[in-house]
Design a protein around this ligand. Sequence first.
Ligand SMILES: Nc1ncnc2c1ncn2[C@@H]1O[C@H](COP(=O)(O)OP(=O)(O)OP(=O)(O)O)[C@@H](O)[C@H]1O
Length: 242
Amino acid sequence: MAMIEVQHLTKRYRDRVAIDNLTFSVEEGEILGFLGPNGAGKSTTMKILTGFIPPSEGVARVGGFDVSQHPLEAKRHIGYLPETPPLYPEMTVRGYLRFVAALKRLPPRGLRDEVERVAALTGVTHVAERLLQNLSKGYKQRVGIAQALLGSPPVIILDEPTEGLDPTQRAEVRALIKGLAGKHTVILSTHILPEVTMTCEKVLILNQGRIAAYDDLRKLAGTQGTAESASLEEVFIKLTAA
Ligand SMILES: Nc1ncnc2c1ncn2[C@@H]1O[C@H](COP(=O)(O)OP(=O)(O)OP(=O)(O)O)[C@@H](O)[C@H]1O
């Protein structure tokens, strides 16, 4: 079953077309690598899927719910890490996660356990009593991922989750994302191509608001006029060259 369905999705900002007639779907348990150069329309697509902005045309469904017509039901299916995690600097990690859990209306009974579960999963238990403002960028990012995982939503949308992390932190976050496969449906937007090679089976490459490629990672090179042995980087550069 497709957990995310996007049909003929278009977004215009005044006279600028940010995304143009996108159609794709993500099956349950799949991790889709969402790639594209700066300004390709990745964040715009994710903002529509998560109900932050409305589309100009087309339909987006999450868990079968149209995000424009049934925004609350659609949002209940989604955990979202935006490009800049919405953290409150003066809160502790644990306090912040409890706060988000309450905002998500998780049942008060299991709330504490759920906070500890996502904290452990993202490796922030040992900093749980620290103030967010005093955490390193890598730990802030982990807390951002932890809040997205609260309540175990079936769909997780991650906008550049490893941006600004050091190589070790990146590897840890990558392993964490990989571990979500099968249990969650994930859209992973990133500029870091090896990240996609290591975590995703399917890839969508956006260029200037349009789909330049949408295929299994294994098949991508052979179908884009590049050698079958071509790396994702070579395919990406070929498809997005001006
Ligand atoms: N609020 C806005 N008003 C006007 N134009 C916008 C707005 N938001 C985005 N755009 C434009 O829409 C296009 C797509 O932007 P978007 O942020 O979705 O790209 P992106 O692929 O996420 O880029 P990046 O990798 O740099 O984050 C760009 O040309 C951008 O300038």
